[in-house]
Every structure is written in C-alpha cells, then in structure tokens.
Design a protein around this ligand. Sequence first.
Ligand SMILES: *[C@@H]1O[C@H](CO)[C@@H](O)[C@H](O)[C@H]1NC(C)=O
Length: 338
Amino acid sequence: MLCGARQPLRSRLLPTLLRSKGWPPGRGEGSLGTPNVLLPVAACSYGVPAGPAGIGGWYETLASSAPAHWAEALLLGTQDATGLPWWANIIVTTTALRSAVTLPLAAYQNYVLAKVENLQPEIKTIAKNLNYDVALQAKQLGWSKRLTRLVYLNNMRRIVSELYIRDNCHPFKATLVVWIQIPMWIFMSVALRNFSLGITDSEGAISIQEQLSTGGVLWFPDLTVLDSTWILPISLGVLNLLIVEIFASQKFEKSRFQKYVTHLIRGVSVLMIPIAATVPSSIALYWLCSSFLGLSQNLLLRSPGFRQFCRIPRTRSQSDTPYKDLFAVFYAKFFLRK
Ligand SMILES: *[C@@H]1O[C@H](CO)[C@@H](O)[C@H](O)[C@H]1NC(C)=O
C-alpha cells in the first residue's frame, strides 16, 4: 500500500532528477555545444502511413497543421519565383532556410556558450570562497554535514543563476537552435511527403506530384520514389556521423551526460540510413542537403574570422587553427590507430 502511495511522488521527482543531472549543461569546461546536426528523431514517424488510430491521428494533426502548410507554401513559392527543377528547388529552399534561420541561431548558440565558458573562472573563485564561508559558519553553528552541503549548493545555484542573468547567457538559450531546427526539419519533410504522394491540400496536387516525378537528377530522376541505389541514405549517414565525430573531437572535457548524448546521436545517425531508404527521394535529398549545410555551418563557426565577425567572445578553448587541429584529431583517430 505504501508502495502504491509512493509511486506518484517518484514520477513527480524523476523529471527533476533528470534535469538536475544534465543541467545546467555549461557546468564543465567547455560546456554543452549540442552538435548542430539536427537529427530528427521525431521524424521516425515518417514511414508510418496514416494507419492505426494513435500514430495515424497524431501524424495527421502534424501534417495538416499551419507550419506544414507554410513549408509547402515556401517550397511552391520558391519554385514559382525561380522556375528551377524540383531537385534544385529543394536545395535552394533548404540553403535559404538554413542561412536565414539556422545560421544566425547557431552563431547565437556559440555566442552564449562562449560567454558561459568565460564565466567559469569567476564561478570557480566564487565556489572556493563560498565553500570557505559556509564551512566556517557550519563550524560555529554546529551544522551537520548534510545541512552544510545543502546550504552550499543552494547558494551556489543562486549565485550562478545570477551570473547568467548578469551576463545574459543562460545555457538554455544555447539550445534555441535545436528547438527551431528540429520542427523546421519535420515540417519540411511532411510537406515534401505530401507533394510526393500527391495528397497535399495545395492546389494542383497531382500536377505537383508529376513535376516531382520528373524533377530529379543523376541517379534519382524520380523524386517521388525511393532511392533504390541507397546512395542518398548512405551519404546522409556518413555526413551525420562526420558531424557527430567533429563534435566529439572537441578538446574540452565532456560530462557523462554529453557522452551519452553523443552515443545516442551516433545511434540515430545509423538508424537514419534505413529510414532514409524508405522515404521518397525528395525527402532523402532534403535531409542530405540539410545535413551537408549543418556540417558546413559547424565548420564555418569554428573559423576565428567568422567568430569575430559574429562578435562571439574569445575563449580559452578556442583554437587559432581549428581546421588543422580537426584534421590532426581525425588523422590520429582513424589512421594511427593500431
Ligand atoms: C498532407 O496530407 C494529409 C493527408 O495525409 C493532409 O491531411 C494534410 O492536410 C496535408 N498537409 C498539407 C500541408 O497539405
């Protein structure tokens, strides 16, 4: 009976526990830096055709939502304006979206993380002083070990969050890019799926589908069918893994949580290969293009010149020769390994 009563408390506590473990992510040396990949876990719902009530209904809501219509309008608008074949239209639209929305947000993410990193020495000093003060008081007042620790942690948490406010760099802001990029990715995929299946609400669904079926290029002339050569899916997987490895090669010490996330994203990258092989080529092409731009963005944001241009503060972990470093790390990892 007691057990039954305990259950709700546990489930209430769990989210807090999880949060306090992984949060704030910027506690360690270099801090979070989510790889700017944007692997779309949620999109696994993709292959699921409107079927059994639960998932089908959920997907239907997503597919008929306003953002899905905006994504369609954007694709059709670009197509109208440029008159490009569909494969090129997908590339141009993706590039435009990623440069106009994701790149500024990713620059902002780097800006916030740099500020957080630069706060660390100050935080360390404060922690040392606070530890001393609290220990002194504990001795005078005869506090238990537990209470002492609690007072220390509470004060530390308050001070750190005041510092984040002072410098306007709460680590949560660094995750903004993810919360925008993932939905964008999902809605673009949904729009392309509707176009490929000819089930869009937009006018002329059938003719759009026809355009797509002749709008491919190279080994995927028909964008409405799967890429049976697997070239698109495998390239996608390779690009995504490359992005993860570049992130993982960063110098700073990673927390257990970050290592866990890195493994998770590796797994998702591999899982995306068979998934990408079961969706129309239009979507696989979009995913590939999006990942390629994600990789380029990641590399661009390493460049000291570009960082300066974006007014990202210099940090101790920042390298003046990022590309050389990266090459050296990869070389050591893949060629020198015995
Ligand atoms: C996409 O297709 C679904 C049918 O599966 C439809 O309900 C939805 O409104 C369509 N969405 C758009 C944006 O056209």
